[in-house]
Each structure stands twice: as C-alpha cells, then as structure tokens.
Design a protein around this ligand. Structure first.
Ligand code: ADE
Length: 220
C-alpha cells in the first residue's frame, strides 16, 4: 500500500517512519511512504506556496496551483483516495482505518498556516480530522492515520494474534480491554506494594478468562 504525503515540510516525519513496526513494513515493501514537497510544484523564484487571503484578513492561505500539480503527479490508475487533513473534516476512527486498509493508495494533503484555498476541495475525495483540536498542520494527522491503517494490513504486525485478540477487531465502537500486567509480581514503592492480581498467577485459564471479561472496561 502506498501513502503519499503532500506537505511543505517533507522531512518532518522522517524519524517517525524510520523506527519500529513502520520501518520494518517499509523495508519489507508492505507499505511505501512517498513524501511530496509541495514547494517543488511552484514556478516562481521564491517557491511561494502561500498568499494573502482574498477579501482581506489575517494570516496566509495555501495556494491551490502547487497542490493541484502535486496531486496530478501522484495520481495513478490505482485505487487512490485523496484526503485533505483539516480540523473541519470528518473525525477519523477505527472503522475508517479498516476501510482505508483495503485501498492501494491514499494521498494526504497536509494543510498549514491559517488555511488552504477552498478550491482544493474540488480535487479531493474527503476531508478528515484526527480530533477536535487544532494542530499547526496535517502532518501529525497523516502519521496517525498511516500508523492506524498500516497495522491492519496483513503481515505488518509480527504477532497477528494480537490484532485478532484486540477487542477493536470485534467491530465495537469503543474498545473493551482488560488490565494487563507483567513481572515483577510485586512492585514496591517505599512501603507500598503493588501486586499482580493472584488469579493471573493461578494458571487456571478458565478463571483467568472469566476475570478478564469481568474486568474489561469501556474506555473512550
Ligand atoms: N490540521 C490541523 N488540525 C488538524 C486535525 N485536528 N486533524 C487533521 N488535520 C489537522
């Protein structure tokens, strides 16, 4: 699966993609990250990607032409979805992640500054937000979506079972998860002892399963 990221900060996510599971997925060619510098699609000396708002007002607006040209470059005859990242978009969730994980290619347009020329909306499939808050730009949103989608692509997680066991995959709107522990059995802070629940050390798998179901909490 290929992810195109249209941005004016093409190196902002480099370290994110060069560690851990995503790095392995890239090395194994299960995913490809294609960062496209929107500035490369300007044709003036100063490589201008923004301009003042028509009608006046504060701040700068990202220009439509460089984004349009960058999109033309990334478009291929593949199942490609073009997503504009903006706090005004539909909120991203696990169901959208599942749908995206079946595509061949997703192209993210990362807005910056105070806004983006509204005519960009003629060239996209949808607007997506990662949450009701305002970031400086869409790059972190792109990284978030890429991580959530990638881990649903078969063979990316080493331990497939952990995906299957994840309560998310049971199609629930909110995850149901039970508390997990690892060694040591007793963790001491001063006089206080924090213990792993005894049942988990009992070896009684039926009882452990019942305990986990009972303890599973909805958390939003
Ligand atoms: N750009 C700025 N804020 C954003 C958000 N919350 N989601 C997606 N893109 C954004």
């Amino acid at each position: 699966m290929k992810f195109n990221i249209l941005t004016i900060f093409p190196h902002i996510l480099d370290s994110f993609f060069s560690e851990s599971i995503l790095k392995r997925a890239i090395d194994k060619k299960l995913i490809k990250i294609n960062t496209v510098n929107i500035r490369d699609f300007t044709n003036d000396k100063h490589k201008t990607v923004d301009d003042t708002p028509c009608g006046g007002g504060a701040g700068m607006i990202m220009k439509v032409e460089p984004i349009y040209k960058a999109l033309q470059k990334t478009k291929k005859n593949r199942k490609n979805r073009i997503v504009l990242l903006t706090p005004a978009g539909k909120q991203f969730n696990q169901n959208i992640a599942k749908k995206y994980s079946k595509l061949n290619q997703i192209t993210f347009i990362c807005g910056r500054y105070e806004g983006i020329d509204a005519r960009v909306e003629n060239f996209i499939d949808e607007k997506i937000s990662i949450g009701p808050y305002i970031l400086n730009g869409g790059e972190i949103a792109a990284a978030t979506i890429i991580e959530a989608v990638s881990r649903l692509i078969p063979r990316i997680l080493g331990n497939i079972k952990s995906i299957e066991e994840e309560s998310f995959s049971a199609n629930q709107p909110f995850e149901l998860e039970y508390p997990q522990y690892t060694k040591p059995e007793i963790f001491k802070v001063g006089n206080k002892k924090y213990r792993v629940p005894k049942i988990l050390l009992s070896g009684n798998h039926k009882k452990i399963k019942e305990w986990r179901i009972k303890k599973a909490k909805k958390h939003k």
